[in-house]
Design a protein around this ligand. Structure first.
Ligand code: GDP
Length: 381
């Protein structure tokens, strides 16, 4: 403890004595890491020597996915999710070859606040679908994983029974990067899953800001999961979200909550009358169901099928997918251009200078933007 005495703070309470009675012991600095490993905080995590799996060839990826091999499917998705340039090239080649086999699934998005019962509903519906002979892939788009590094959708044991079912495949949200990057990966994962024979794709997201719009732009039908009595504010229920969804599902319609859930369903149905439907030719409905008892789950699936039949017959289904693909192209171009622009060395050097000039009122934002573009194009004075 000699060393600790040396570390006594400059100021100590009067009766602190030498050591007794002084509750705050100041310790010397920790020389090893908290986990007992050598090195400071910034030390890189020591990895066990990796038992490297041999890389798959493009043919092995494509054949494995098409034959429904789950291990290869998982690796193909990991490839799609990788940010390494080398992997991205390979992933794009694989996707080009898988694309002709994709597209026949129904893509359903589900949003709702944490606790609304998204995973419970997906589990109950999913198990039913597996029994009916469907194959279901569940993907998550979790904006929190890119903002806070934590995950709202993935940090608990979810859909336990479904995850053990051979006809189901559950993939948590890809981590890292901005929502746009997470969404790209999920879109491509969807294609891989479809090529592997999954005929129902559920994309789940938490009802937070942009993520709903992002998921809406990658699915055929969009479901909003609600619970009765949680207060509209809490559930973030805005006109915008209701106008983006094709079906409102009031969950937890069981036990003491049954009457309230049914009343909430009727309320939503009434409000929907005054809103613009999300899909041309389809009247947005409200259902009540229970993930616990299974009540209303058959009706939920029947409504999804009904939607598909309707939208296919009217041509809306295909038009929406075509438009989604075009929008996706433009999003990727925008994203690519943004990255190219801001990583340009001329832009990087001059950006802080121009920002200063703008904040100090010496240069207008428009002039600054124009100047940045000249730097980008390499011919600024
Ligand atoms: P998520 O965060 O939206 O995925 O919600 P969860 O599926 O994790 O459910 C949140 C909580 O609501 C859990 O405690 C569930 O057990 C409960 N829950 C989910 N569905 C129902 C239901 O149909 N009835 C009742 N009574 N509780 C439910």
């Amino acid at each position: 403890m000699k060393e600790d005495k040396l570390n006594r703070p400059e100021w100590v309470p009067e009766q602190a004595g030498e050591s007794e009675g002084f509750t705050t012991n100041v310790m010397s600095g920790i020389k090893s890491r908290h986990d007992g490993m050598p090195g400071g905080h910034s030390a890189t995590v020591l990895h066990r020597p990796a038992t490297r799996r041999p890389e798959l060839s493009i043919d092995e990826y494509v054949d494995g996915v098409l034959s429904g091999n789950r291990a290869v499917l998982a690796r193909a998705i990991t490839l799609v999710e990788s940010n390494a340039d080398r992997h991205q090239d390979l992933a794009q080649e694989m996707l080009t070859r898988l694309l002709p086999y994709a597209g026949s699934a129904i893509r359903v998005g589900i949003t709702g606040v944490p606790g609304a019962g998204k995973s419970s509903i997906i589990e109950t519906l999913g198990l039913k679908l597996c029994d009916m002979g469907h194959r279901l892939a569940v993907l998550a788009v979790d904006p929190s994983s890119s903002v806070t590094g934590g995950s709202v959708l993935g940090d608990k044991t979810r859909m336990e029974m479904l995850s053990r079912n051979k006809s189901a495949f559950i993939r948590p949200s890809p981590s890292g990067g901005v929502l746009g990057g997470v969404a790209r990966k999920s879109r491509e994962t969807m294609i891989v899953c479809e090529a592997a024979g999954f005929d129902v794709i559920i994309v789940e997201t938490v009802g937070v800001g942009q993520s709903e719009i992002t998921v809406r732009s990658m699915v055929d039908m969009f479901l909003l999961l609600q619970i009765a009595g949680a207060g509209d504010e809490l559930q973030g229920i805005k006109k915008g979200v209701m106008e983006r969804c094709d079906l409102i599902v009031v969950n937890k319609a069981d036990g003491d909550n049954l009457l309230r859930a049914n009343a909430a369903r009727a309320d939503y149905e009434r409000i929907l009358h005054y809103l613009q439907p999300s899909t041309e030719g389809w009247v947005t409905k409200a259902l009540a169901c229970s993930a616990y008892t299974g009540d209303g789950i058959d009706e939920l699936w029947a409504t999804i099928e009904d939607f598909r039949k309707n939208a296919t017959a009217s041509g809306v289904f295909n038009r929406r997918r075509q438009q989604q693909n075009l929008d996706w192209v433009h999003n990727l171009v925008n994203e690519y251009m943004r990255r190219t622009f801001y990583s340009n060395p001329n832009v990087r050097i001059n950006l802080p200078i121009l920002q200063n000039l703008v904040t100090s009122g010496k240069l207008s934002p428009t002039a600054a933007a124009k100047q940045l573009f000249s730097y980008y194009e390499g011919h600024a004075e």
